[in-house]
Design a protein around this ligand. Structure first.
Ligand code: AQP
Length: 332
């Protein structure tokens, strides 16, 4: 079976609809057709400053949410990145074949470092995409389900795989992005031209999976739309309505055309009210399941440790091969 790998950062108390619709929903779907490895990337989560206790808890909550939305440890390998040391080990090697200018062209680094102030941005934030390449290449992944914002990082992973293979001999599978266009960029409810983002959206721009659905309803009601009245799907002229229709369609399984026809003659208020209800129905069971996983942290930690052991069975031989290729001694 082809292999997939993807990761998500435990940088907030909850995932948002962008994370779910852009990426995690596809992780769930790919479990049956692929040999799937999914990771809570806590090494990535410390690149912009963090509180250790908060990070630890967020990693657990992230894992619990992934299980709650449908990842099944019997059908995929779910683990926390820091329990598999090979990620950091391979990242060093890949960093040494990455050009400084090449890394400097990553737009996510430019955006995030600008926001933090260039002097304060960490070297870890700069090398983040190299660690991400290591994450993917360690598992010889054929495909990587992510949102549109990760396309450039994926391109770097491909370049590094090809470069390593050329320099030192065939070692890594060259991974392809798996980006599902219709939901690849869920936008901020308050700024429908920007992506919904844990770190840069305002709280009112994000719908979190674990928040009170009454709160989500309020945010959806106050989502920025245009001054028109007609419900049509047009990302250029009506990005706010297009975003609400995209979310509605993805969560309900109804086609966009079907929704547009159903709301013919109705107003934005009706659409928003019904979408809030769809969101509520979707998140309530997820919240219940998340809570039940978190009720037994020992069991959850055990499940993650088992996942890490399974992951290492693939990661360790890949690292060994890469070490041999570059002339290192094997890990003892
Ligand atoms: N708005 C989005 N639409 C579609 N997909 C999205 N993803 C994130 N935002 C959207 C996808 O979610 C996966 C996990 O994201 P991440 O935790 O690695 O961080 P990110 O991509 O940087 O997402 P955020 O929410 O913007 O977090 P911060 O602000 O912490 O950086 C990825 O596959 C991503 O594409």
């Amino acid at each position: 079976r082809p292999r997939v790998f993807s990761g998500i950062q435990p940088t907030a108390d909850s995932f948002h609809l962008g994370n779910y619709l852009g990426a995690v929903r596809h992780w769930v779907a790919l479990q049956d057709s692929h040999d799937a490895f999914y990771c809570v990337v806590d090494l990535h989560a410390i690149t912009a400053g963090h509180d250790p206790k908060v990070l630890h808890q967020r990693s657990r909550v992230a894992a619990a949410q992934l299980l709650a939305v449908g990842l099944d440890p019997e059908r995929c390998t779910l683990f926390v990145q820091s329990q598999v040391p090979e990620h950091a080990q391979l990242a060093w090697v890949l960093g040494c074949i990455t050009g400084f200018g090449e890394a400097n062209r990553m737009t996510q680094f430019k955006d995030k470092s600008q926001k933090q102030g260039n002097e304060r941005a960490s070297v870890g934030l700069f090398t983040y995409p190299i660690l991400q390449a290591a994450d993917i290449l360690l598992y010889q992944a054929n495909a990587v389900p992510v949102g549109e914002d990760q396309r450039q990082h994926l391109e770097l992973s491909r370049d590094l795989a090809q470069r390593f293979n050329t320099l030192f001999g065939p070692t890594f599978t060259v991974p392809a992005p798996h980006i599902v266009k219709s939901t690849a960029k869920i936008t901020d409810l308050q700024d429908p031209t920007a992506k919904m983002s844990k770190s840069s959206s305002s709280p009112n721009g994000i719908v979190d999976l674990l928040e009170d659905p009454a709160r989500s309803a309020k945010k959806i009601r106050s989502a920025v739309t245009d001054t028109g009245r007609e419900i049509v799907f047009d990302e250029e002229t009506k990005p706010g309505i297009a975003n609400l229709l995209t979310i509605f369609s993805a969560l309900s399984g109804r086609g966009i055309d079907d929704l547009v026809a159903a709301y013919d003659g109705k107003g934005y208020g009706d659409l928003k009210k019904d979408l809030a209800e769809v969101v509520r129905e979707f998140v309530v069971p997820i919240q219940e399941r998340t809570r039940s996983y978190l009720d037994d942290p020992a069991q959850l930690d055990k499940l993650l440790a088992d996942g890490a052991e399974k992951a290492r069975r693939v990661a360790a031989p890949t690292l060994l091969k890469a070490y041999e290729r570059v002339g290192f001694f094997p890990p003892v």
